[in-house]
Design a protein around this ligand. Structure first.
Ligand code: NDP
Length: 290
């Protein structure tokens, strides 16, 4: 029997519709949720991400402010821009698109964003709250993975399962592990120094792959009946001389074994922007007391 193909696009569309309703409700009460997006430099991939975020925000009725700063912008000038947005009560969410040019410290910029406007959930205050199990703005990609898991397992269905997260980055792996723990999973985190990563993964009822290595996770990494969430987005060359996106999981090899699996594209990816906009609405509610 082949796996359930988890349709991230459909789940994201449902979330976006909910966000749109929330925005409409807030606007009726005189609050217009607003998201500021700052892009430094002209990295083409970042340009596409920022354009998508701004377009999606506007499509659900969120006001968006776009700041495109030249690649030679100084760290001080960027911090000044962030401070101005921190102090602007009409702006509820601030996102600085990463990566930043090498002369700017990403950590300094992240910590400069007011925690209650940090819709990426990367500020140490939000990271700390998440690890304490307290209310916070949660990073969008792991939050999206949790929502996808709940579409398969239901609200309480994660309890007691063994989840293995492959990858320990601050933006995906670590917050993912924290969220799974909060949902009462037993959590193992696998990384590049893990001994016998495949054997650890074979114990997983739930596997979340966030590595950045095309099709690294093959059938011999997966327990039959597992739920597999593939965060990886890797661009590879095709024999026809074009490129295409694939995940960290070898989908054709793993899908026949798994209970459910996300495709790439069309799995986790669409959830990330939807989560960002949900965080913007949450931030607007918190800041305005609605
Ligand atoms: P990072 O490069 O920051 O982290 C990768 C992690 O994978 C590291 O913790 C690294 O371990 C681990 N790793 C690398 N090689 C191995 C290996 N052979 N075995 C086990 N672990 C390994 O990546 P990100 O977390 O930022 O992103 C991961 C992937 O997810 C990328 O493909 C990225 O494009 C994608 N992504 C997708 C998003 C979406 O919206 N769908 C959003 C964000 C990311 P170590 O710490 O030891 O180096």
């Amino acid at each position: 029997m082949s796996a359930i193909r988890i349709d991230g696009k459909a789940v994201a569309d449902t979330l976006l519709a909910e966000v749109g309703q929330d925005v409409a409700g807030l606007r009726q009460q005189g609050v217009h949720p607003a998201l500021a997006v700052i892009l430094v430099g002209d990295d083409p991939a970042s340009d596409v991400y920022v354009r998508n975020k701004v377009q999606r925000a506007e499509a659900v009725g969120i006001r968006s402010l776009e700041y495109r700063l030249p690649a030679n912008t100084s760290e001080a000038a960027l911090l000044e821009r962030v401070q101005a947005l921190n102090g602007d009560a009409s702006v509820h969410g601030i996102l600085v698109q990463m990566p930043l040019p090498a002369h700017i410290s990403e950590a300094s910029v992240i910590q400069a964003i007011a925690p209650h406007k940090d819709v990426d959930g990367f500020h140490r205050e939000n990271v700390g709250s998440l690890s304490l199990g307290q209310e916070s703005l949660v990073p969008c990609t792991p939050a999206g993975c949790m929502r996808l898991l709940r579409t398969v397992l239901g609200e309480d269905g994660l309890k007691g399962l063994h989840a293995v997260v492959v990858g320990r980055s601050n933006i995906v792996g670590k917050p993912m592990a924290a969220l799974l723990l909060q949902a009462d999973c037993s959590v193992t985190v696998v990384h590049s120094r893990s001994r016998d990563a495949a054997a650890l993964c074979r114990q997983a009822d739930i596997m979340v792959a966030a590595v950045g290595r095309p099709a690294m996770i093959g059938a011999d990494w997966v327990k039959p009946g597992a739920i597999v969430i593939d965060v990886g987005i890797n661009r590879i060359a095709t024999p026809e001389g074009k490129t295409r996106l694939i995940g960290d999981v070898d989908y054709p090899a793993v899908a026949p074994l798994a209970h459910a699996i996300t495709p790439v594209p069309g799995g986790v990816g669409p959830m990330t922007i939807a989560g960002l906009l949900a965080n913007t609405v949450k931030a607007a509610r918190q800041q305005t007391g609605h």
